[in-house]
Design a protein around this ligand. Structure first.
Ligand code: PMV
Length: 313
């Protein structure tokens, strides 16, 4: 009898504080978002087919042995098989479904890669630590993003709020009091690699202009981490607003994101900012149980193509 199929899943994520500055070594905070998910299922395939990945939501079917060395889906399969010491190119079909929107700052690449690693590990009855999964997924993030900070793979693999300093700290931390976020999608795809590359060129041309912006964003992330841990949720709104202003000065916002942030405020949100690379993707707003319905409505009226309410806990 053939072995039953094995599944692996992973959440999406949003960056709460410190995007972009995190690439330059300043702290950032990201949280998982379980309303969007990637799911992978591994099962035996016909003899001789090798490993094939079907990812219809990404519009991809990848025959791993024929794929380019830098194909992210083939790469995560190869890395995972090596990590779990399975023979290379086994006859396997890996089906991937994902509701994590692509190129919107919600960690779609990291989520899909994590789900694939988990499905393959389950298929071979191997257990990998969250850190080991995160390290594997980081290698595919390099293919998607160029110079990723590593925050996406960390928060998605650990599925907990993460305080992150590139190359130094990856701390999963506790939330003193749960709080609600509205996540509003501009509907605009924004490839992280391009926005990060553009900011890097501008930073290299004018480091004295950008360095203070990164420093302040990092200091906001530290203050926010302390506030979240002690349950002082009311302090977060102002920190989000200030972080958005800094991102605006980094020129990574856009009129659609600014409009959504303003609409959230008008509807009673306690703070709002873009999340992720910017120039599209998502805006996040701090809401309460009382304000979330009104904020959701106003965000839709202001052009959001989708609004999610998620609890950070
Ligand atoms: O993948 P996104 O859109 O959430 O953005 C990544 C956040 C950046 O700080 C802009 C880049 C990075 O690698 O951390």
């Amino acid at each position: 009898m053939s072995q039953p199929a094995s599944t692996g899943r992973a959440p999406g994520k949003v960056i709460l504080f410190g995007e972009h500055a995190v690439v330059y070594g300043y702290p950032a905070i990201a949280v998982p978002v379980s309303q969007v998910q990637a799911l992978a299922q591994a099962e035996g395939g016909p003899p001789g087919q090798g490993t094939v990945v079907h990812a219809p939501d990404l519009g991809r079917r990848v025959v791993v042995r024929e794929a380019a060395r830098d194909d992210p889906l083939a790469t995560i399969v190869r890395l995972a098989l090596e990590a779990i010491r399975a023979a290379p190119d086994p006859d396997l079909t890996v089906a991937v479904r994902s509701t994590v929107p692509v190129a919107r700052g919600m960690g779609s690449g990291a989520s899909v890669s994590t789900a694939i690693v988990r499905a393959l590990a389950a298929y071979y009855h191997r257990w990998l630590t969250s850190q080991a999964i995160s390290d594997l997924v980081y290698q595919t993030e390099v293919l998607y993003h160029g110079t990723p900070s590593g925050i996406d793979n960390t928060v998605v693999a650990f599925e907990k709020p993460v305080f992150f300093v590139r190359g130094e700290t990856r701390e999963v931390f506790w939330v003193g009091r749960p709080f609600l976020l509205a996540i509003a999608d501009t509907g605009i795809e924004s490839p992280t690699r391009e926005v990060v590359g553009d900011l890097r060129r501008r930073y290299e041309a004018e480091p004295l202009r950008y360095r203070p912006l990164f420093e302040e964003a990092g200091s906001i992330a530290r203050q926010a981490r302390a506030a979240i841990a002690r349950g002082s949720v009311d302090e977060l709104g102002g920190l989000m607003d200030r972080n958005h202003a800094l991102l605006w000065q980094m020129d990574v916002s856009c009129p659609e994101l600014d409009r959504l942030a303003a609409a959230a405020h008008e509807a009673g949100a306690l703070g709002a900012k873009l999340s992720g690379a910017g120039r599209g993707g998502n805006m996040i707003a701090l809401v309460t149980e009382e304000s979330c319905g009104q904020v959701e409505l106003m965000l839709q009226l202001a052009g959001a193509v989708r609004v999610l309410i998620t609890e950070v806990s």
